[in-house]
Every structure is written in structure tokens, then in C-alpha cells.
Design a protein around this ligand. Structure first.
Ligand code: ZN
Ligand code: ZN
Length: 435
């Protein structure tokens, strides 16, 4: 009997241990920075009623029209794997009256997988991962600028080079209809020059035309009317105050009037942070304001502003100075020589770990020093502790640094001092290991 080997599904991938460390580096930095700005984490289900996304993201978007993983469950309800995070967070906010729980301005963040049935290409996956944050309950432009400041602090923390902020305003229910009409007219006048997708979008959702990635549409799009020229005076004022707040914070930006983002629910401020390191698909972070979204979902009027960043792309721009240190393994690898030393190491490993010192060892007894050194090298241990019979008798072991071969005799207490004290580590309380 011979079985075919089962592999991961096309468009998905395994994040392997060394890479997971890079992801954790980003996730840890994000949690730390977000919490400085008083954000709290929220975790919503991976699947929701299809209706949630159809109503919020928009029937005519590529996401809902072509890319969702939708299915009927055994109760014949149409469900979809979440293609993005905002709709679920807003749904949860309404459902649990989070304004009462977390204060008048709810600042929430999330991280996790999202799902879209996209054509697999380099750096694009059908299960991809986002970190995002949402501020619910404020219409102030200074909130928007603060979110962007927070993102730049995160980029600084991770030493991400050459990030650039692009901003735009999409207007609101007052001024956007007029802009859409002029856009429709302008596209309609030369409809046959646009790609088939744009021809369709010109009828159903003309804003999407600005978003077209098709090469041949780009020069046409560049000559279409700018939304920034069509803003009503409250939208103009909002955008001016947003820009002033960015300037007050010393955050440089560029106006990008074609920036519409892929989702229907955005109003007024939208933004992207792009990186020259990423080539054509260069957006690291994207976000914007979505004041009408709560009502679309059957909730009360709630102003909202948020962003999402793609982890897959984000780790690509981490500089080597950040990722290099992540390759280190445990603090120390224990290399016993002989049965008695091997038994001693079992207890020593426990005592080290209970003090917060990471260690590893070879579980096979009787290995030579040479093969244990090789093992230590494979797990990228920083030090090796050599324990032979003579060392056992004297209580003085040999500590060797892997990077340069430096070594010194050391006692068990000396070892604890060398690697500790580690914050949070405590003396044994629940059980007493032997020896
Ligand atoms: Zn097009
Ligand atoms: Zn307006």
C-alpha cells in the first residue's frame, strides 16, 4: 500500500519556526506599542454570516464578488471565512455595547488570519495574516493622526526603512455623490479605452475604477477628476485638520488623490503606508474612516477609523539587524559525559528552567562530546556546559561560548548568576526537583 503525500493547500503555507520568530517580533512590538496608546485586544470568530461582509465591504467589491470563501453549513446558513477584520470588530462592538464597557472611545486591536480566494502569486496567500486596530466613537481628525503616529512608532521600533505615508479624502454622503457622477461621466466618455473590469465598475461603482491595477488603465485614471477638488466644506475642513495634526506630530505625508482602498465603507480620510522595499505591491499598511459602517450593520451611528497591516509583507521589510538576533537558540546546551553526569543534567535542566534560563540537552545517553557539540550548534545554543566525571566530583563545570570558543570553569550557582537573575523567575514552589 502506498499513500500519496498530502501537502498544504494551494495558496496557504506553513510558517516555520525560524520565520515564526520574525512574526512574533512584529506581533510583540505591535502589542507593546498599541498598549502605549491604550488599545485593547479583541478576538472575533474566523467565520461569520456572509451577510455581514456583503453589507459592509460591498456587493460590488472584488472581495465579496469573487474572493470570499463562502459555504452553507449543516443548518443551511451561508457563512464566510472573514476576508478582513473591521466588519467583525464593528459587529462585536454593536452586539456587546462595547461603548459601555470600554469607554466613549473604544480602541481595539486584533491579529490573525484572513481568507480570500485570490490568484496565488508571489507574496499573496489565500490565508493571510493581518494586524489591525479600530477606534470607534470619535470623528476627530486628531484620532486619525494619532493612529498614524502609532504606526510610525511601530515601524521605528522594528527599524523598517523607507516608509512613506500617502493620504487622501474620499468625501462623505454629501459630496461624494457629485464626485461619483463626474467620475462616471468622465469614464463613460471614453469607456471603450478602459479594461472590461473598469467598464463594469463604471456602472456599478465608479470609485473602484481609480483602484484598477491594469497597466493600460493607468494613464486614463491619471486624467480623471480628483476627489480632493470635489470635497464639501466640512470634508475639506476635516481633511485640513487631519493634515495639520500630522504636521504637528512631525509626520511627513504625500497627497494621493487616487487612493480609494479596496472597500466600499470608507469615507473621508484614507491612507496607506508604502515601502520602497516592496516593489509594485508596496502597501505595508492601509486604512481609513468608516463612519456609516455601524448603521449598515443595523447598529447606532458610530464613527470609526482603523487600519490593517499584512504580516506576510511586513516581515519582508524587517532589516537584518532585527532578524539576525532572532536566530539564537537556548541560552545553554548541557553536554554530560557518562551516565552519572547525564542523570545530574536532568535535575540541572529543571533548576535552570525554573530560574527562567532556557536550556536544551541530548536525550540519548552516552554521546561523545563531539556529537553533543554538533547538536548544540544545530539548535544554535549560545553556550555549552560540559559536565564530565571529574567536573561532577569538583562541582566546577566548563562553560564554553559557541561564538568564539571562550571558556571558563563555573559552579552551578555561578551558572545561575551568569544567566540570571531573570525577571519573573522564582525559586521552586510547587515541587522540589531532586538534587
Ligand atoms: Zn481598468
Ligand atoms: Zn463632504
Amino acid at each position: 500500500m502506498h499513500f500519496n503525500m498530502i501537502k498544504a493547500i494551494r495558496g496557504t503555507r506553513d510558517i516555520l519556526p525560524l520565520e515564526v520568530r520574525e512574526w512574533q517580533q512584529v506581533e510583540d512590538a505591535a502589542r507593546e506599542i498599541f498598549e502605549l496608546y491604550a488599545y485593547q485586544e479583541i478576538r472575533t470568530p474566523l467565520f461569520e454570516e456572509t451577510e455581514l461582509f456583503a453589507r459592509s465591504i460591498g456587493q460590488e467589491t472584488d472581495i465579496v464578488a469573487k474572493e470570499m470563501y463562502s459555504f452553507r453549513d449543516r443548518g443551511d446558513v451561508s457563512l464566510s471565512l472573514r476576508p478582513e477584520g473591521t466588519a467583525s470588530v464593528v459587529r462585536a462592538y454593536i452586539e456587546h455595547h462595547l461603548d459601555r464597557q470600554v469607554g466613549p472611545v473604544a480602541k481595539l486591536y486584533y491579529m490573525g488570519p484572513m481568507f480570500r480566494y485570490e490568484r496565488p502569486q508571489k507574496g499573496r496567500y489565500r490565508q493571510f495574516h493581518q494586524i489591525g486596530a479600530e477606534v470607534l466613537g470619535s470623528e476627530q481628525p486628531t484620532v486619525e493622526a494619532e493612529v498614524i503616529e502609532m504606526l510610525f512608532l511601530l515601524l521605528d521600533r522594528l527599524k523598517v526603512p523607507s516608509a512613506q505615508l500617502l493620504i487622501n479624502s474620499l468625501g462623505d454622503a454629501v459630496c461624494r455623490p457629485g464626485y461619483l457622477a463626474s467620475l462616471k461621466e468622465s469614464v463613460g466618455g471614453q469607456l471603450d479605452k478602459f479594461c472590461p473590469d473598469c467598464q463594469r465598475r463604471a456602472q456599478t461603482n465608479p470609485l473602484r475604477v481609480l483602484d484598477c491595477k491594469n497597466e493600460s488603465c493607468q494613464p486614463l485614471i491619471a486624467r480623471l477628476p480628483s476627489v480632493l477638488d470635489a470635497l464639501c466644506s466640512p470634508c475639506r475642513d476635516h481633511f485640513d485638520r487631519f493634515r495639520a495634526s500630522l504636521e504637528d506630530r512631525g509626520l511627513p505625508y504625500a497627497l494621493q488623490p487616487r487612493l480609494v482602498r479596496g472597500l466600499d465603507y470608507y469615507v473621508r480620510t484614507t491612507f496607506e503606508i508604502v515601502s520602497g522595499e516592496l516593489g509594485a505591491q508596496n502597501a505595508l499598511v492601509g486604512g481609513g474612516r468608516y463612519d456609516g459602517l455601524s448603521e449598515l450593520l443595523g447598529g447606532p451611528p458610530v464613527q470609526g477609523f482603523g487600519f490593517a497591516l499584512g504580516l506576510e509583507r511586513f516581515v519582508l521589510v524587517l532589516p537584518e539587524s532585527v532578524t539576525e538576533s532572532l536566530k539564537e537558540g537556548p541560552d545553554v546546551f548541557l553536554a554530560p559525559l557518562g551516565d552519572e553526569a547525564h542523570r545530574y543534567c536532568t535535575g540541572l535542566a529543571t533548576r535552570l528552567r525554573r530560574r527562567g534560563i532556557a536550556c536544551d540537552l541530548d536525550y540519548e545517553p552516552g554521546r561523545t562530546l563531539r556529537s553533543q557539540m554538533k547538536h548544540a550548534d544545530r539548535v544554535r545554543a549560545r553556550y555549552v556546559l560540559i559536565i564530565g566525571e571529574r567536573e561532577l566530583g569538583s562541582g566546577q563545570f566548563t562553560l564554553r561560548r559557541m561564538s568564539d570558543g571562550w571558556q571558563e570553569p563555573i559552579s552551578e550557582e555561578g551558572l545561575f548568576a551568569h544567566f540570571g537573575p531573570v525577571a519573573g523567575a522564582t525559586a521552586p514552589t510547587n515541587f522540589s526537583p531532586t538534587a
